[in-house]
Design a protein around this ligand. Structure first.
Ligand code: SF4
Ligand code: SF4
Length: 298
């Protein structure tokens, strides 16, 4: 069913509490303050420990990976590839709704679709479901598909026999390409990222003036693809979903052109008619803060 929805990898796992190792890793990451200003991660930390707290009665976690368009090359993109098409939250929810409906119609089981919209450790569940394994940069790497896919989850009360994690798949081995290429030196041990030094966090999630001690944005307006672009697993080996075809007006946006954009134009750019963009979550005022950091006060 997930494949019919456009997934390139899919699997399921028993909806048990997460492993002690994963829980400890996350609480250690929080206590170091590496989540920066994402205080909701702290607030919802306990909910992440078990999918039961997100969807009472859940028996199975279904995970699926969906490819987005990769622009290729090791160049510095102004906007992360994943954000150039339609908003993945909307697209994947729309694609997974028929799966949830089918589960209900056939088995009478209830489901909750989660696309980055619930306190779930998605990469942990994707690993448990056998989709792939996280690389050093923390991104899920799917064999034959590569890095940088969207992960979507269905929590369901239906009991299914679980898949197994990919025991023999070690995506990184001796490679450290992403660690060496990261402009903010944000990639730490144990596949963890110090968000405060990550240009993806700084250009998307951070609010307020650009921190003095943070790496400079280096041409980024929204996100940073360097760790994925240098990864030998790359991405783009499979056709992306048509909804994720990059929009020309986003692809052609540069820091120079963004300087002259008004708030109305930003709204139209990130919320086009009959569609949305993941970039709509970035307030115009915050874009201006990034531009200030890029060019100095305007
Ligand atoms: S997104 Fe950019 S800044 Fe963040 S970890 Fe990857 S390479 Fe480093
Ligand atoms: S660049 Fe190398 S170390 Fe980083 S995730 Fe890819 S394979 Fe692993």
């Amino acid at each position: 069913m997930m494949r019919q929805a456009g997934a390139v990898a899919a699997g399921c796992a028993r909806a048990e509490g997460i492993s002690a190792g994963c829980a400890d890793e996350f609480s250690g990451w929080l206590s170091e303050g590496w989540h920066g200003g994402m205080e909701w991660l702290e607030r919802h930390a306990r909910l992440r420990l078990t999918p039961e707290s997100v969807f009472p009665g859940v028996r199975t976690v279904l995970c699926a990976a969906f490819p987005y368009a990769h622009q290729g090359g090791h160049g510095h993109a102004h906007i992360a590839d994943y954000a150039l098409g339609q908003d993945y939250h909307t697209v994947l929810r729309r694609r997974l709704q028929p799966v949830a409906d089918e589960i209900f119609n056939r088995y009478g089981a209830l489901s909750r679709i989660c696309v980055d919209t619930a306190p779930l450790p998605e990469r942990y569940w994707a690993t448990m479901c056998g989709l792939g394994r996280p690389g050093r940069s923390g991104q899920l790497i799917v064999p034959g598909v590569g890095a940088g896919v969207f992960i979507a989850t269905i929590l369901t009360t239906l009991e299914l026999s679980p898949d197994s994690p990919l025991a023999d798949f070690d995506p990184c081995a001796d490679c450290r390409a992403c660690v060496d290429a990261c402009p903010g030196h944000a990639i730490g041990p144990g596949r963890t990222i110090d968000a405060r030094r990550c240009l993806s966090y700084l250009t998307i999630e951070h609010r307020g003036p650009w921190p003095d001690d943070a790496p400079r944005p280096r041409g980024r307006l929204y996100g940073c693809d360097i760790c994925r672009r240098v990864c030998p697993h790359g991405g783009g080996q499979v056709e992306p979903l048509p909804e994720f075809t990059p929009r020309t007006e986003l692809k052609s946006l540069t820091p120079e052109t963004a300087r002259d954009i008004t708030s109305g134009e930003w709204r139209r750019l990130t919320r086009p008619k009959n569609s949305t963009s993941a970039m709509s979550r970035l307030p115009y005022a915050q874009l201006k803060e990034t531009l200030k950091a890029l060019f100095g006060s305007k």
